[in-house]
Ligand binder design. Structure first.
Ligand SMILES: [Fe+2]
Length: 288
């Protein structure tokens, strides 16, 4: 009896510890997902972040993970896919969690055909995890005319209230190493605004940064899930919050018109959290 009581108390404490760390509403009916970026080192930090992501899934049951690119540094042979992705993320893969990747500058284009990245053999693709929410995955290495036309067409056709776009190179970042890709911004931002994109996720700079909404759109940099560029999030006029003293990942939850977010460090600390009300509505298309 005493032993049972002890176990109950112990489990309650564990639950409370997690509940304190989790800053999201965690409603059973809302959409839950995780974000990792620049993961593919095969090093210790990648494995530790992966373990932490899996640990958080026990209390925040997300169905899928979006990957911001640089999924694989260095070699990209079958053994690298194992060591730099399948092994660290084994617990999540075994649990049936889906990963959706985009290509970073270190990634071999062949990754698009790797089944567990769910890219369907394409450099850019979309998926709709539930009614009203669509993700658009882009290849920011080569933002050619064909991709832009495809993207605009997909945006125009989408009736989803939530439009979330992700690609490797951030168009808003205070990173000293890379920072904002202004060329990319000049071609993408007008489309985001025109078609009512709500949230944009990127990586490349090896830290976490949340940008104040720009033209109503919320931007995140999640590029520190294995590599870390300490002190490199220099902060800019557009910076809302940043974290560059340890590796990190993020969790998000969409509950009707509100997106809740939380960034978490390698040690499980909540380093940013908040919510964003969807205000941008796609302009009605003229087509009858
Ligand atoms: Fe990169």
């Amino acid at each position: 009896m005493r032993r049972t009581t002890f176990i109950v108390i112990f489990l309650s404490l564990v639950f409370v510890a997690f509940a304190q760390q989790l800053k999201l509403p965690n409603k059973p009916d809302s959409l839950h997902f995780a974000i990792i970026g620049d993961t593919g080192t095969g090093g210790r930090a990648e494995y530790e972040i992966a373990a932490k992501v899996a640990e958080f899934r026990k209390v925040f049951p997300f169905d899928f993970v979006v990957m911001m690119g640089d999924n694989m540094y260095g070699g990209q042979k079958p053994k690298d896919y194992e060591h730099k992705f399948e092994k660290p993320y084994k617990a999540l893969l075994d649990a049936g969690v889906k990963f959706y990747a985009v290509l970073g500058n270190h990634d071999d284009t062949n990754q698009k055909s790797y089944k567990l990245f769910n890219m369907g053999g394409e450099r850019y693709f979309t998926f709709k995890p539930r009614e009203g929410v669509r993700f658009f995955a882009l290849d920011s290495n080569y933002m050619d005319k064909r991709q832009l036309e495809w993207f605009e067409n997909e945006l125009a056709q989408s009736g989803s209230a939530w439009k979330i776009v992700f690609f490797h190179h951030p168009i808003y970042s205070s990173g000293g190493r890379h920072g904002s890709d202004l060329q990319l911004r000049s071609v993408l931002e007008p489309l985001f605004v025109k078609y009512g994109v709500n949230v944009v996720l990127s990586g490349h700079d090896h830290f976490y940064e949340r940008i104040k909404p720009q033209k109503g759109i919320l931007y995140f940099v999640v590029g520190g899930s294995a590599k870390l560029r300490e002190g490199n999030a220099r902060g800019a006029e557009f910076t809302a919050e940043s974290f560059d003293t340890d590796n990190s990942f993020a969790l998000m939850e969409i509950d009707q018109d509100t997106l809740h977010f939380q960034a978490i460090s390698r040690t499980g600390q909540a380093v940013d959290s908040g919510s964003y009300q969807r205000t941008v509505t796609a302009k009605k298309q003229k087509s009858e």
